[in-house]
Design a protein around this ligand. Structure first.
Ligand code: NAD
Ligand code: DAU
Length: 359
C-alpha cells in the first residue's frame, strides 16, 4: 500500500507527509514541482527513510503522473499541489490557472485512466482526495452564519477562482466517471514550516528582524485559524472514512481579526524573546494599503466532519500559536534559507508602498 501525495514539499503537504510517516508504515511517493514554495529542507528528517520517495515534477505532466501511478500503484492520491498565495495571484494569475486548473485537470485525467485499469476490488478501495480552501465560498458579512458545505461558490480572487474551478473538476470526475473522490475545504492554517509570505510567519520574522509589521487596510478582516497538524489529522480521517463524492469543511472555530492575530504574535515574542530596547514588538505595527478585493470574513462550519467522522482539532488557538512562535524561534536557519533572493524580490514588489518592510 502506498500514498501518492502531490505538493508534499510545501507547508501543509510536508506537515502531512511528516505526520503520516511518523504514524504509519505505509510509504509515500511525494510529487512536487519545487516552486519557490517547495522546500526539501522541510523534509530533511526523512533523508534515508525508504518509505519516502521524492519526485520533482509537475502535476500537469500527464506522462510522468501516469508512470508514477503504474510503477507505485498507490491506493490513494492526496492532492495538495497548488499555487496558494492570494497576493501573488493578484500580481500574476497565470501560474494559478496553469497549476490549479490545468494541472488538476491533467492529474485527474492520469488518475482516471489508471483507475479505469484496476481490478474491481482495487477500484472500490481507491481514493482521490482533493485539498481545497474555504476561500471558494467568498466573503461573509459580520453576522452571517459560517460556511457549510452547501454554501454557494463565490470566489473573489484569482487564487480562489482557480481553486473553485479545480473543485468543480473533481466533482465532475466523480459524477461523470465515478472516480472515487473526496474534497476538503479548510480555513487558514498556521504552524511549523509556513512560508513567511503569509500573515503569521511574516509577522514573526519581520518582528524579529526589527522591520514594520504590515497590516492591510484596517486590520479588521476575519479569518478562521487552524493549526496545520489538525488539518492533517482531518485529511487522514476523511481519507479513511469519508463518504465518496462528499465535501468536508475543516475549521478550528477560531475566528479572529487580523490585528488581534498580530497583537497575539507580538505579545508572545515580548514574553519569549523580548526586544533589547525593552519596547513592545507591537510598536512595529504599520497599517499599509489594503489587498484589492480583500475578503472581509471567512468562517467555517465543521459540524459535518465532527458529527460524521468524529474529528476534533487537538490544539486551541492559544496552544497552537505558542508552539508556532516557539518553532520559528528554534529554527532560524530554516527561515534564513527560505529568505533567498527570490523571496526578497517578492517582498520588494508586494510592499513597495512601505520600503522599510521591503528592505
Ligand atoms: P504551499 O504554497 O506552501 O505549497 C504548495 C506546494 O505545491 C509547493 O511545495 C509547490 O512546490 C508545489 N507545487 C506548486 N505547483 C505545482 C505543480 N504544478 N506540480 C507539483 N507541485 C506543485 O501551499 P500550502 O499552504 O501548503 O497549501 C497546500 C494546499 O492546501 C493548496 O492546495 C491550498 O490551496 C490548500 N489550502 C491551504 C490553506 C492554507 O492556509 N495554507 C488552507 C486551506 C487549503
Ligand atoms: O482561508 C484559507 C486560505 O488561507 C488558503 O486557501 C490560502 O492558501 C492561504 O494563503 C490563506 O489565505 P489568506 O489570504 O487568508 O492568508 P494570508 O496569510 O495571505 O493573509 C491572512 C490575512 O492577513 C488576510 O486578511 C490578509 C492579511 N495580511 C496578509 C499579509 C501577507 C496582512 O494584513 N498583511 C500581510 O502582510
Amino acid at each position: 500500500m502506498t500514498l501518492l501525495v502531490t505538493g508534499g514539499a510545501g507547508f501543509i503537504g510536508a506537515n502531512f507527509v511528516l505526520d503520516w510517516l511518523a504514524q504509519h508504515g505505509e510509504p509515500v511517493v511525494n510529487l512536487d514541482k519545487l516552486t519557490y514554495a517547495g522546500n526539501l529542507e522541510t523534509l530533511a528528517s526523512l533523508e534515508g527513510d525508504a518509505r519516502h520517495t521524492f519526485v520533482q515534477g509537475d502535476i500537469g505532466d500527464f506522462a510522468l503522473v501516469s508512470r508514477l501511478l503504474a510503477e507505485h500503484r498507490p491506493r490513494a492520491v492526496v492532492n495538495f499541489a497548488a499555487e496558494s498565495h492570494v497576493d501573488r495571484s493578484i500580481h500574476g494569475p497565470g501560474e494559478f490557472i496553469q497549476t490549479n486548473i490545468v494541472g488538476t485537470f491533467q492529474l485527474l485525467e492520469a488518475v482516471r485512466a489508471h483507475w479505469g485499469s484496476l481490478s474491481a476490488d482495487e477500484k472500490a478501495a481507491f481514493r482521490f482526495l482533493h485539498v481545497s480552501t474555504d476561500e471558494v465560498y467568498g466573503s461573509l458579512a459580520k453576522d452571517d452564519p459560517a460556511f457549510t458545505e452547501a454554501h454557494r461558490y463565490e470566489p473573489n480572487s484569482p487564487y480562489s477562482a482557480s481553486k473553485a474551478a479545480s473543485d468543480h473538476l473533481v466533482r465532475a470526475y466523480h459524477h461523470t466517471y465515478g472516480l472515487p473522490v473526496l474534497t476538503t475545504n479548510c480555513s487558514n492554517n498556521y504552524g511549523p514550516f509556513h512560508f513567511p509570505e503569509k500573515l503569521i510567519p511574516l509577522m514573526i520574522v519581520n518582528a524579529l528582524a526589527g522591520k514594520p509589521l504590515p497590516v492591510y487596510g484596517d486590520g479588521m478582516q476575519v479569518r478562521d485559524w487552524l493549526y496545520v497538524k489538525d488539518h492533517c489529522s482531518a485529511i487522514r480521517r476523511v481519507l479513511q472514512a469519508g463518504r465518496l463524492g462528499e465535501v468536508y469543511n475543516v475549521g478550528g472555530w477560531n475566528e479572529k481579526p487580523n490585528i488581534e492575530i498580530v497583537h497575539t504574535v507580538c505579545a508572545l515574542l515580548d514574553e519569549l524573546r523580548p526586544r533589547a530596547d525593552g519596547q513592545p514588538y507591537a510598536s512595529q505595527i504599520s497599517y499599509v494599503t489594503d489587498r484589492p478585493g480583500h475578503d472581509r470574513r471567512y468562517a467555517i462550519d465543521a459540524r459535518r466532519l465532527e458529527a460524521e467522522l468524529g474529528w476534533k482539532p487537538a490544539e486551541t488557538f492559544e496552544s497552537g500559536i505558542r508552539k508556532t512562535v516557539q518553532w520559528y524561534l528554534d529554527n532560524p536557519q530554516w527561515v534564513a534559507h527560505v529568505q533567498s533572493g527570490a523571496y526578497r524580490e517578492w517582498v520588494g514588489k508586494q510592499y513597495s508602498d512601505t520600503p522599510a518592510v521591503a528592505a
